[in-house]
Design a protein around this ligand. Structure first.
Ligand code: RNT
Ligand code: ZN
Length: 417
């Protein structure tokens, strides 16, 4: 797109926003500081590099679009390609099964920081900070219960795994001079009615307490709940109530995955409650379609509401925005770019809200005025600010990235089989 055109539209937008008391430059500066945590697993349908087994643990990547990353080199190349179309500086969120195991099988209770040495180097070279996840799924010992398994041997195996993952996250955080956020999600649950709800939750609580015994300075723990997994529909050990209780009592970050709640439940509404009782929030921004389907995030009402709440709670420094979806039915690099840019567009619109005026109206009980400005705000020229943000960051403006991703597909991903 022509630079002058973008510039012109931006100048008009700037004036338009200034008229309602909004400083577009301030909004762009704030957006620049927000690093999304890009999930490494969109590139290869959550396969990882540990073994070639099936994806288990109640999650599923559907579709068989050609060209997925088959090894670490391809995954790194794809992530960098995707990042080159996303304005700003972003983080990479790794799962334990994406370690550099040097062609050997390294079991989950044997993993060490050394297996992520090449990742840490790569991340430094590419100015990307790392986040981390323990991996309870896709393993012979995953079963239906991991950290909450009544079999002490299995429980201990997963406790050991998760402790080691925390040590890895600590090393990542130390090296990058910025805390590595480690997410803990386990699939534990039951397909059919259980008469032991309390038992498994008690065991999970105990396992978590063991895992968190060591205090670290360079990593932060977060715990993620879920409604249900496929094949585990009747009961989820780590439910929302469980982890809110755990997070509040242990001062841990709670992860809110937008696909992990009942379809009409507002995740946005949860922020202001949780932030009063826990230190920080981690988000897994996704798009559930009828279930936790992990469709690519788009600029819809749910994502918009969520981002507006972060800004309205003045919590940009306490809410970490990560992405979590895995669509195997479309170009995977495209999936990263669409979801990341959609999230950023929502954050930008949140930052461009005439909040002072809206709050003044509300305080004065001017409810017609509040609603009217909220409605008008939706069609203010935020997109001209977004285009300028892309231009300033040297990434394609508007739909220009489509052709570039098509080219990468022709030159690179379509040649993988
Ligand atoms: C699963 C959780 C979890 C995973 C990743 C791969 O329902 O959302 O965050 O998607 O750990
Ligand atoms: Zn998630």
């Amino acid at each position: 797109m022509k630079e002058e055109l973008i510039q012109k539209a931006y100048e008009v937008a700037k004036e338009r926003y200034a008229a309602i008391g909004v400083d577009v430059e301030k909004a762009m500066d704030a957006l620049q500081k927000i690093s999304l945590s890009l999930h490494c697993w969109q590139a290869d349908d959550v396969a990882g590099f540990e073994a070639q087994g099936a994806l288990t643990g109640g999650i599923q990547a559907t579709g068989n679009y050609p060209g997925k990353a088959r090894n670490m080199e391809e995954l790194r190349q794809d992530v960098l390609k995707a990042a080159s179309y996303i304005p700003g500086t972003h983080r990479l969120n790794l799962h334990e099964i994406y370690g550099d195991f040097g062609g050997k099988f390294v079991d989950r209770d044997q993993v060490e920081p050394a297996h992520f040495e090449s990742w840490m180097q790569w991340a430094t070279e590419n100015n990307m900070k790392l986040d981390f996840n323990s991996t309870s799924f896709s393993h012979p010992k995953s079963g239906n219960l991991s950290l909450s398994n009544p079999d002490k041997g299995i429980r201990d195996f997963w406790v050991e795994h998760t402790k080691r993952c925390r040590a890895i996250a600590e090393e990542m955080g130390r090296r990058q001079g910025d805390p590595c956020i480690m997410n803990l999600w386990v699939h534990d649950g039951s397909k059919d009615i259980t008469v032991n709800r309390m038992l498994y939750r008690d065991l999970l609580k105990d396992s978590l307490d063991r895992i968190f015994e060591v205090e670290y300075k360079n990593m932060k723990d977060c715990v993620e709940s879920k409604v249900f997994g496929i094949g585990l529909e009747s009961y989820t050990v780590g439910s929302n109530d469980f982890y809110i209780g755990y997070g509040v009592s242990r001062n841990k970050i709670v992860t809110l995955d937008t696909g992990h709640f009942h379809p009409t439940e507002s995740v946005a509404d949860k922020l202001s409650s949780l932030l009063l009782f826990i230190p920080e929030i981690m988000l897994h921004v996704s798009r559930p379609v009828r279930w936790d389907s992990d469709h690519v995030t788009i600029m819809n009402d749910e994502t918009m509401d969520l981002c507006k709440e972060i800004v309205r709670c003045n919590a940009l420094d306490r809410v970490h925005i990560g992405l979590d979806y895995f669509d195997a039915s479309i170009n995977r690099i495209g999936a990263y770019v669409i979801g990341s840019r959609a999230t950023q567009k929502c954050v930008l619109q949140a930052l461009l809200e005439p909040l002072d005026t809206l709050r003044k109206y509300e305080a004065n009980d001017q409810l017609f005025e509040r609603l009217a400005l909220l409605e008008e705000g939706k069609s203010l020229p935020w997109n001209a600010v977004w285009d300028m943000f892309c231009l300033k960051n040297g990434v394609p403006v508007g739909e220009e990235f489509i052709a570039e991703i098509q080219k990468y597909e022709t030159d690179v991903t379509s040649k993988r089989n």
